[in-house]
Design a protein around this ligand. Structure first.
Ligand code: AMP
Ligand code: FES
Ligand code: ZN
Length: 301
């Protein structure tokens, strides 16, 4: 197999693009996909600060790597979820990455902010760990961005993540979730940062290849609570479809974004107000994060 660009031996085949690339041309292809995402959705510009949420995994570190190389003004944010060795190791990967590139990394701890780490939140709420975890992550990403005066938060969600989320929403016809599924969410309130996903055009396999070729040291293990999550089952189904028909994931997600998403817009009419306790945006008087933190503090007192 030969590289589509230069004709030398290919290092990776991308069936959905009907193409193969050598390592340097694949890296350039990858960066171009990120640039196209940023340009198409006007995610951010060079003189804006960007808060990159990094988990220590391949996707978010690959994203940070591309943004640093392209000269964006980035700050990393690692949220310490307090999930045993998994959190210790993933933080170490983020610390090492930031130190090697001379960029700053903010660390915020869920145990300090909520009153207990994710495993305790899971027991207190008797809900799946990902529910308190996801809520805390979204809240803290926004709050750190506001505190730092950074207008936009970038996450490492890739094509596989987005297609699996879409499949989950469609299987349950979560029509309220569909309009919110987008590579770029605008700020709808002065206290809400924009949220963007510059890797949405790139598959998990491609971000893994990028991280490998760039020698990025990332945490390979998944969160120990991820086992059995429905999103993983949805990813497996989509992988089988992709095997049988390369481009299936891309067509599913991009077809939705380009043609179907608009049909679900304006379904939501919510009034946003500021939480009486913490001042962050909420649809009720006290936000879900403050309620969670009260519940945790009561139970662990
Ligand atoms: P996940 O939901 O674990 O697939 O993560 C999706 C994205 O959320 C990652 O690519 C990161 O950008 C961000 N993220 C996940 N976990 C963390 C964390 N502990 N700290 C900061 N950002 C995170
Ligand atoms: Fe949140 Fe695993 S990363 S529960
Ligand atoms: Zn609040």
């Amino acid at each position: 197999m030969k590289c589509r660009k230069c004709g030398s031996a290919a290092a990776i085949e991308l069936r959905r693009h009907n193409a193969a690339f050598c390592a340097p041309d694949f890296l350039e292809f990858f960066r171009n996909q990120v640039r196209e995402a940023i340009r198409k959705h006007r995610m951010f510009v060079k003189d804006e600060r960007v808060l990159v949420a990094v988990s220590g995994g391949k996707d978010s570190l690959a994203l940070w790597d591309v943004l640093i190389d392209d000269g964006y003004d980035t700050t990393g944010l690692y949220l310490d979820l307090g999930i045993f060795d998994y959190s210790k190791e993933s933080r170490a990967k983020c610390d090492a990455f930031a130190a090697a590139r001379g960029v700053s990394l903010i660390v915020s701890s869920v145990a300090e902010e909520v009153g207990a780490p994710v495993p305790v939140i899971k027991d207190v709420t008797r809900r799946p760990p990902c529910s308190g975890c996801g809520l805390s992550k979204r809240y803290l990403m926004n709050r750190v961005a506001l505190d730092q005066g950074i207008p936009v938060v970038a996450t490492g969600h890739n094509l596989d993540d987005e297609a699996a989320t879409l499949l989950g929403s469609v299987l349950h016809w979560r029509t309220e979730a569909l309009p919110r599924q987008s590579p770029a969410l605008a700020s709808t309130h002065p206290r809400l940062a924009r949220r963007v996903k510059p890797l949405y055009r790139l598959s998990e396999r491609e971000t893994a290849a990028y991280a490998f070729m760039r020698k990025i040291d990332y945490i390979v293990e998944e969160c120990p609570f991820a086992k059995g999550a429905t999103s993983i089952e949805h990813k497996k189904i989509l992988d089988r479809m992709e095997d049988a028909s390369p481009g299936a994931k891309h067509n599913f997600l991009f077809g939705f974004l380009d043609r179907a998403r608009v049909a679900f817009e304006n379904v939501e009419h919510v009034t946003l107000q500021e939480c009486a306790r913490c001042g962050q945006v909420t649809t009720s008087t006290v936000c879900a994060f403050c309620k969670l933190s009260d519940q945790v503090k009561r139970a662990t007192r």
